[in-house]
Ligand binder design. Structure first.
Ligand SMILES: Cc1cc2nc3c(=O)[nH]c(=O)nc-3n(C[C@H](O)[C@H](O)[C@H](O)COP(=O)(O)OP(=O)(O)OC[C@H]3O[C@@H](n4cnc5c(N)ncnc54)[C@H](O)[C@@H]3O)c2cc1C
Length: 483
């Protein structure tokens, strides 16, 4: 089928209006083309794309990835897409306003905010998106109850985070019931006082309401329910990555930033991999356990205010937990339903060994059986199957430079360092989330510092762009998959 196009309308689609161009239609379902055409329409106002042979004038048609790459670099083509890979030319990074280092919740939310504010942002992730603490955590969107007694300053932030997560990341939430806090009677009065002070809704339960706990626990403790929401962290990462792509963020995975470059007191960019310099006006470090190393390389005075620690988690695939169980004193276990079934358990707080670097963390082979034994002592027999449990460790970096210390050293809140102060370096910012829950606050604070604005905490979703699953980390407990 062909169309007659009035000459007044031919200019926008000049390439498709020659003497024998034919119209092709695509099926509404089962192929990526309708979404591609929709996006092209939104961006350009033209509801059609040109399907043409891939070759330059007088050359044979491209038949292999190698020939396609040669075509990309020998023509003025902007980008090449082969299956799930998007290949860009290096000079497209030359126009970057801000480089964000790290593809965890802090980096992705920061990149998204900056891109929505009109910046050209490149996000560089050493591994896959989410491969740091973000895909390895409990997925708990804190109500604030856990912090009401000792860290009251972050409770309001936790409460403000809830509408922000619902607006943008609601589809990542797991269907769970209210969590049960388990307290010795001597601590219950103080705990309830702080919940009331912060306006955290709670209800008391009877021993019969919590059959998953042994009677020896339920009859000697006070049992209180609080709405603690649980999210699939991997789904959070997938959603954020798709929103970032839709907002025009350039995402590079499998590329570590070696160091930040600067000259005359101003950031000039980063060294990507071993040698490649990528220029940028601003750089945001959101690299979790990779952050201290990057700060060491620029001899930052803030380095000593960061501490990376190791947390051990046990995954119980056979357990059926419909809600979280939280022993609200330090050290006993905390159990949360896991995405895909089963449960995740760790010791709450307690001593977490300090670490250096971003990978190859040691596994404490004593701690996992200890945790399993503690759970066995409090859970009704048969609730978990220790024979099918697996343990892993994950590192996180906290800011320890404020008075809000946990166990004497850690501030669980989020923190932004503007390196103009202390290091006399303009254009460099470090962001520490403290908790996944505080990702919206951390990214807002760093964005507002860079742009000198006051952006809303909430980020509205846009029509997302599909994201290849190969770019996303898998949870540490997920069964091995073939790639
Ligand atoms: C076991 C455990 C359980 C937790 N449970 C919860 C919970 O239930 N609820 C909650 O709110 N919080 C929880 N947290 C805390 C939460 O996970 C973290 O605060 C949050 O995920 C940190 O996000 P981030 O983006 O700052 O860092 P990360 O997720 O660690 O991301 C940093 C990224 O930077 C990349 N990177 C590092 N160096 C470089 C480099 N040089 N170049 C390029 N990329 C680099 C890494 O590969 C990584 O992907 C938990 C943490 C742990 C460890």
């Amino acid at each position: 089928m062909s169309f007659t196009v009035p000459t007044t309308h031919s200019a926008p689609i000049l390439a498709a209006t020659h003497i024998d161009a034919r119209q092709q239609t695509v099926p509404a379902e089962g192929s990526p083309f309708p979404r591609l055409i929709e996006h092209f329409h939104t961006g350009t106002g033209i509801p059609a794309v040109l399907n043409t042979s891939l070759n330059s004038g007088g050359e044979p048609i491209v038949e292999s990835p190698e020939q396609a790459l040669a075509f990309l670099f020998s023509t003025s083509t902007d980008a090449l897409v082969i299956n799930h890979a998007v290949i860009l030319k290096e000079d497209q990074l030359d126009t970057v306003d801000t480089i964000v280092i790290g593809g965890g919740i802090a980096g992705l939310l920061t990149a998204l905010r900056l891109a929505r504010s009109g910046q050209h942002v490149a996000l560089v992730e050493a591994d896959r998106l989410g491969s740091g603490a973000t895909c390895a955590n409990h997925g708990m969107l804190h109500s604030g109850a856990l912090y009401a007694r000792r860290h009251g300053h972050i409770v309001r932030h936790c409460q403000q985070a809830h509408p922000a997560f619902s607006a943008l990341l609601g589809t990542a939430e797991l269907p769970t019931e209210d969590a049960v806090y388990i307290l010795p009677p001597t601590e219950a009065v103080e705990f309830l006082f702080h919940l009331d002070t912060h306006g955290i809704t709670h209800h008391q339960l009877t021993p019969d309401d919590v059959p998953e706990l042994r009677r020896s626990v339920t009859t000697t403790h006070v049992l209180i329910t609080v709405r603690e929401r649980v999210f699939s962290s991997r789904r959070i990462i997938a959603t954020l990555a798709a929103q970032c792509l839709a907002a025009g963020v350039t995402i590079l995975t499998g590329n570590a930033i070696d160091r930040i470059t600067h000259s005359a007191g101003r950031v000039t960019g980063v060294i990507l991999g071993a040698v490649e310099h990528v220029p940028a006006a601003s750089v945001v470090i959101a690299a979790g356990t990779g952050t201290p190393e990057l700060l060491t390389r620029i001899a930052s005075r803030h380095r000593q205010l960061l501490k990376s620690r190791l947390d051990m988690m046990v995954h119980l695939p056979a357990a059926r937990f419909r809600r979280g169980l939280i022993f609200a004193a330090l050290d006993p276990p905390i159990v949360m339903p896991a995405p895909g079934g089963g449960a995740l358990s760790s010791f709450f707080g307690g001593v977490q060994p300090e670490i250096a670097g971003r990978r190859d963390f040691p596994v404490d082979v004593i701690k996992a059986p200890l945790l399993l034994r503690e759970m066995d002592q409090v859970l009704t027999p048969g609730t978990i199957d220790p024979g099918r449990a697996s343990a892993y460790v994950a590192g996180k970096t906290d800011y320890v430079g404020t008075i809000h210390a946990e166990n004497g050293v850690v501030n669980p809140g989020c923190h932004v360092i503007d390196h103009t102060q202390g290091d006399n370096l303009r254009g460099l910012y470090t962001v520490i989330t403290g908790k996944m829950t505080l990702g919206f606050h951390a990214s807002k604070d760093v964005t507002d510092t860079i742009l000198g604005t006051d952006t809303p905490l909430l980020i509205e979703p846009q029509e997302p762009t599909a994201i290849p699953t190969g770019l996303l980390a898998v949870e540490p407990w997920a069964p091995p998959t073939r790639i």
